[in-house]
Design a protein around this ligand. Structure first.
Ligand code: NAD
Length: 335
């Protein structure tokens, strides 16, 4: 076997899109072993916890993780998000979210081809919150080590993908200590990459630039929450979260999941767009050095999107998830 893949099917539309991805990977005859692990809302309802220590051990010992979205109920009585728990437990410090216009998908902008590199382990997602009487406090932790590490990751990604510019997004005019430190770390790291242009933008300006002139953005590096918000905004420019893949990369482990959530509003209807999950699976194959297979899968998805005959309702089509999947498998066989 070329690799062991730990699979979390997730909640809501999670099982629908994960099963779609497994069907496609099976049709591609990939040399991978799939190990199913339970995590999320269903497990919490059954056993009172959202992820077990055995699952975390399986995730750590696997080569990669393929994860469907999981539900995190809102409010203090709820549990910590499964995705955030895994990112922190396995130190998956870089969240990579490519955002690209693909022909056939109704988009607000066509000139979009950028990557958001989001710091994944600290910031406002460190989970340091407390009530103090009638107030509530959240601690925003930013370290030089994590900031330098994510900046280096962003520049290396730019180099590998032959991209021209890295933009650090921050709010250092207001968050002078935390984002001041983040920006300083990015500036320091940028000095080691003279061949790649570097600029910085305040997060509010970056949000507007994304909507008005996304073609000016190439690689964005930013802190945890800004990256979370901007990547959904960016996905909205090119068809929405149903077509937005992501990777969570650490030193030893990596997890691939769609940007979208469990979509309870359409769960069970069989109309979830499998594109984000399949493009995440393509990123996983690339990570496992199965580059040709990764490219082939991306191409097959792109061909079906361009054709528009078998696409799901979120991007203007009428097809069910599995009809789109069958079309992608036919395309793979024809390529
Ligand atoms: P969501 O992404 O689930 O849904 C937002 C909108 O996008 C909905 O209208 C939904 O129908 C649509 N959508 C999402 N994925 C789609 C797909 N593949 N095909 C077609 N339409 C799709 O966001 P939400 O409603 O804010 O969150 C729902 C739940 O998901 C929450 O419990 C949240 O915590 C969880 N969530 C999990 C993750 C994760 O596991 N990484 C990420 C985000 C949200």
């Amino acid at each position: 076997m070329a690799g062991r893949v730990a699979v979390i099917r997730g909640d809501g539309i999670g099982p629908e899109v994960v099963d779609a991805a497994l069907k496609v990977l099976e049709a591609m005859d990939v040399d991978l072993e799939f190990i199913h692990c339970a995590a999320g809302y269903a497990l919490w309802k059954e056993r009172g916890l959202q992820i077990t220590s055995e699952t975390l051990e399986t995730l750590k010992s696997s080569d990669v993780i393929l994860k469907g979205p999981t539900i995190t109920p809102v409010g203090p009585a709820s549990y910590r998000s499964v995705a955030v728990t895994i990112r922190q437990a396995l130190n998956l410090y870089a969240n990579v979210r490519p955002v690209k216009f693909r022909e056939g998908v109704p988009a607000i902008h066509r000139q979009v081809d950028l990557v958001i590199v989001r710091e994944n382990t600290e910031g406002l997602y460190a989970g340091e919150e407390a009530y103090m009487g009638n107030s509530a406090i959240s601690t925003r932790i930013i370290t030089r080590k994590a900031s330098e590490r994510i900046a280096k990751f962003a520049f290396e990604l730019a180099k590998k993908q032959r991209r021209r510019k890295v933009t650090a997004v921050h709010k250092a005019n207001i968050l002078k200590a935390t984002d001041g430190l983040f920006l300083e770390a990015c500036r320091e790291v940028a000095k080691n990459y003279p061949e790649i242009a570097f600029e910085d933008l305040l997060v509010d300006a970056a949000a507007m630039r994304l909507v008005m002139r996304p073609q000016e953005l190439d690689v964005i590096v930013t802190t945890n929450m800004f990256g979370d918000i901007l990547s959904d905004e960016a996905a909205g420019l090119v068809g929405g979260v149903g077509v937005a893949p992501s990777a969570n990369i650490g030193e030893r482990n990596a997890m691939f999941e769609p940007v979208h959530g469990a979509a309870p509003d359409i769960a069970g209807l069989g109309i979830a767009n499998p594109t984000a999950m399949l493009l995440s699976a393509s990123m996983m194959l690339d990570y496992l050095n199965m580059r040709e297979k990764a490219k082939k899968l991306e191409k097959a998805v792109e061909n079906v999107l361009r054709d528009r005959k078998k696409t799901t309702p979120d991007i203007g089509g009428k097809a069910k998830t599995m009809e789109m999947v069958e079309a992608i498998i036919d395309e793979l066989e024809a390529l």
